[in-house]
Design a protein around this ligand. Sequence first.
Ligand code: FES
Ligand code: FES
Length: 175
Amino acid sequence: MTQPIRFHINDKPVQADAGDADMALIDFLHERQDLTGTKFCCGIGVCRACTVATREGGDDVLEKTLSCSTPVSAVENMSIYTVESLGSEQALAPLQQAFLENFSFQCGYCAPGFLMAATAMLSHLKRAPVPASQLDEVMETWVGGNLCRCTGYVRYMEAIRKVALPYALGGGVQL
Ligand code: FES
Ligand code: FES
């Protein structure tokens, strides 16, 4: 591959040199884009600290992608969303706010991974709500594999549930 690899990060067009094709996406984020919010931990696809949200084409639903195990070449033409895409200077995103209010994280190292996996989950729920009774199961699918060394699981799940519930059938206001 000799052509640059083009994709978007947080809605900004970027291109990677062909020589960076085999670089892990998280290294590209850190070293080429100065986006250090995504965290590196196990490096072997187990802890999910490095989760980013991704989108292909014009689809508006997001998927979760492990940036430690994904080479730059694999995200050509895709849109990548990192934790830096959430919220603004003026206001946190609802999930960030809920994590804060719920005292979900302690050291916070795992928080970006939880945030981006839950963000992808919300995009699916917005498109295809599930009955509120199935929400815990859906949450388990999307964020159940994320590890937290500080064992903040219960508080994370409570916060995510609070934000996700309005998107579930019978869970509250439909958006
Ligand atoms: S750093 Fe652990 S799964 Fe990527
Ligand atoms: S809050 Fe420390 S690793 Fe999760």
